[in-house]
Design a protein around this ligand. Structure first.
Ligand SMILES: C[S@@+](CC[C@H](N)C(=O)[O-])C[C@H]1O[C@@H](n2cnc3c(N)ncnc32)[C@H](O)[C@@H]1O
Length: 315
C-alpha cells in the first residue's frame, strides 16, 4: 500500500551521506546501515531519456536495467540506430551514478542484423567512450528453456556489471551462498581459505544458476520478458545498501521496485509502456499473498522523490 508521509529527518541517511562524501563506502557492508522506515518509490510512464534528464548528478547507487535490443520481440524494439540511441542513456547513467555506484545491464550476444544491438555493442561503446569500469560479466545459467533443432538450445544470458570508479560499493557477505555442513567441514580444512569468511558462505562466482520464469511460474505478472526476483535480489543486495537509491529506467513489470521494497532501498523506475503500472500492482498483490511487507511511500515525480524526507542526505 502506498503511503504519503513526510516523517522526521532520517539521521541514519544523513550520516550515510557524510560517509559517502568521505569516500568510505567502499569497505562498508549492509550491517553498517539502518533500513529506512519505508522505502520511497517513484514509477513514471515516460521515455527513459526524458526521465534521466530529471535525475540529479551522483544521486544513484545502483542502476539495474534490462534494455530492449531491437530484436523486434515487441512494439518497443524499434530504434533505427541502436547504439546511437543507447549511447544517450549510457552517458546519462554515468552522470547520475554516485562515486561508489554501479550499473548492471542484462543482455545477450545476438547478431540478427544491422539494426539489432547486444551486449557486445554496449561493451564496445562504454569501453571507447566512457570512464565506466567493467568489473564482472555474469553468466546467468538456467536449465529450463526453449528446445532447438537447428542450433544448440540456449541456456544462458549475460549480465555486465560496470562501476563508475574503483571505489565501488560491493557487499559480498550479503550474497554469499551457504555451504552444506559437509562442504563446510572440507572448506575449513583448506588452508588457502580464510575460516572466518568460509563460515559466512561461498562467493557465488560469476556463473549463477537461477531458473528462468516459465510461462506458468507463480512469479509471473504478465510482462513478456520479466526477470526472476532472485537474480535482481542478488544485485540489489551486493551493489546497493539499505536506504540508497536504485534506478531502473526500463522497468518492465517493476521487478526492481519489488525487490527494493523488500530490501529497504528507495527506487526510481520508468517505462514507456503504461501497462507497467498494472504489472507492478500485480507484483504487490503477489507480495501480499506471500505475507511480505508492501508498505512504501509513493511519489509522482522525480522532484518529489528527491524532496522526500526519507531521501534527504542521499545527495
Ligand atoms: C526487457 S523489458 C524489461 C523487463 C523487466 N526487467 C522485468 O523484470 O519486468 C524492457 C522494457 O523497456 C521498455 N522500453 C523500451 N523502450 C523504452 C524507452 N525508450 N523508455 C522507457 N522504457 C522503454 C519496454 O516497454 C519494456 O517494458
Amino acid at each position: 500500500m502506498a503511503i504519503h508521509n513526510k516523517s522526521h529527518h532520517n539521521h541514519a541517511l544523513m550520516s550515510l551521506n557524510k560517509m559517502r562524501k568521505d569516500n568510505t563506502l567502499k569497505n562498508k557492508t549492509t550491517a553498517d546501515f539502518d533500513p529506512p522506515e519505508k522505502p520511497v518509490i517513484c514509477l513514471n510512464i515516460m521515455d527513459c531519456c526524458d526521465f534521466l534528464k530529471e535525475i540529479p548528478d551522483n544521486s544513484i547507487q545502483l542502476i539495474c536495467i534490462d534494455p530492449p535490443y531491437n530484436l523486434e520481440l515487441a512494439g518497443w524494439d524499434i530504434y533505427d540506430n541502436y547504439i546511437e540511441w543507447a549511447s544517450q542513456w549510457l552517458n546519462e547513467a554515468y552522470r547520475v551514478l554516485s562515486e561508489s555506484g554501479s550499473i548492471v545491464i542484462f543482455g545477450g550476444i545476438q547478431f540478427r542484423g544491422v539494426k539489432s544491438g547486444d551486449l557486445i555493442d554496449i561493451i564496445q561503446y562504454v569501453r571507447h567512450n566512457t570512464k565506466f569500469k567493467l568489473i564482472n560479466t555474469i553468466t546467468w545459467y538456467y536449465k529450463n528453456g526453449m528446445s532447438a533443432h537447428r542450433y544448440f538450445a540456449n541456456r544462458h544470458e549475460e549480465v555486465i556489471w560496470l562501476a563508475k570508479s574503483n571505489n565501488y560499493y560491493f557487499d559480498l557477505d550479503a550474497v554469499r551462498v551457504p555451504y552444506t555442513e559437509e562442504q563446510l567441514q572440507l572448506a575449513l580444512k583448506d588452508k588457502r581459505l580464510n575460516p572466518e569468511n568460509t563460515r559466512k558462505g561461498k562467493n557465488p562466482t560469476n556463473v549463477w544458476e537461477i531458473s528462468r520464469l516459465n510461462g506458468n511460474s507463480k512469479e509471473r505478472v504478465g510482462h513478456p520478458t520479466q526477470k526472476p526476483v532472485e537474480i535482481i535480489d542478488r544485485f540489489v543486495k551486493a551493489l546497493s545498501y539499505p536506504g540508497s537509491v536504485v534506478l531502473d529506467f526500463f522497468a518492465g513489470s517493476g521487478t526492481v521496485g519489488r525487490v527494493c521494497i523488500s530490501e529497504g532501498r528507495h527506487c526510481l523506475m520508468c517505462d514507456s509502456d503504461p501497462a507497467t503500472t498494472e504489472y507492478f500492482n500485480k507484483h504487490l498483490e503477489l507480495m501480499k499473498e506471500l505475507g511480505q511487507d508492501t508498505e512504501y511511500i509513493s511519489t509522482q515525480t522525480v522532484d518529489d522523490f528527491f524532496s522526500a524526507d526519507e531521501i534527504e542526505g542521499v545527495i
